[in-house]
Design a protein around this ligand. Sequence first.
Ligand SMILES: Nc1ncnc2c1ncn2[C@@H]1O[C@H](COP(=O)(O)OP(=O)(O)O)[C@@H](O)[C@H]1O
Ligand SMILES: [Mg+2]
Length: 262
Amino acid sequence: MSDVLEFAGVSVVRGRKVLLDDVDWQVRDGERWVVLGPNGAGKTTLLQIAGARLHPTRGVAGILDEVMGRVDVFELRPRIGLASAALASQIPEHETVLNVVVTASYGVTGRWREQYERMDERRAFRLLDAWGMSTFMNRTFASLSEGERKRVQIARALMSDPELLLLDEPGAGLDLAGREELVHSLSQLAADEEAPALVLVTHHLEEVPPGFTHAMLLREGAVVAQGPIADVLTEEHLSETFGLPLEVRSEGGRYTAVARRA
Ligand SMILES: Nc1ncnc2c1ncn2[C@@H]1O[C@H](COP(=O)(O)OP(=O)(O)O)[C@@H](O)[C@H]1O
Ligand SMILES: [Mg+2]
């Protein structure tokens, strides 16, 4: 098994603020990770490094057997799919859904562009179909509901056939039905042996999809616990992470947490 991510002593410091504090982390091929922590814990910062968008201030970030700082990030980035609110906000509102997905392959296909155009469109269509969005392919991105946008963003992130897929709060802004559909789809993706290594960031325990294998808990930039999911998502660890006593339940691979009352 090869390492998808290998972080050693990774810290990110901005002024006096430590956004990430000495993080060691190993993600191997086939693993499905969830990163949980309250707002401001450093989850997005961690994902920015994993996506080769940000350099650590200290430490070494190994990504897909390359080392940040010693590799051309423009060669590395197409090997990593990333879906985040920041990226979604850069999508032109009047772009069609099919184009939103197809354009993710620009720069990867380079000078063979024309020959690949039809292949790209077919691949984009298949991905939209897999995420239940093919009937929307000619709609504009702006006209979609939040749940539909999330599916298109994930299809887009998968377009370059990445070895690593990073999802930053894909459940944000979804209603209950939208969230449940997304959790179900992510659970199916987790079970797909062909799917890349997955890292999903959230602050809602309810969004952890069944079948995810590992978890990391972050609080104020530091790792509270990490490892196999059942060992990590305990009342003790989660209470420490979120800074209040929690009652945690799990059933059928789904988790819920409520504040513990004396
Ligand atoms: N450039 C920056 N300078 C100072 N603080 C920052 C900067 N970028 C982010 N932060 C702070 O770092 C903390 C971690 O941010 P982030 O990784 O976005 O957390 P999360 O995604 O877990 O909510 C937050 O408190 C945020 O305000
Ligand atoms: Mg964030």
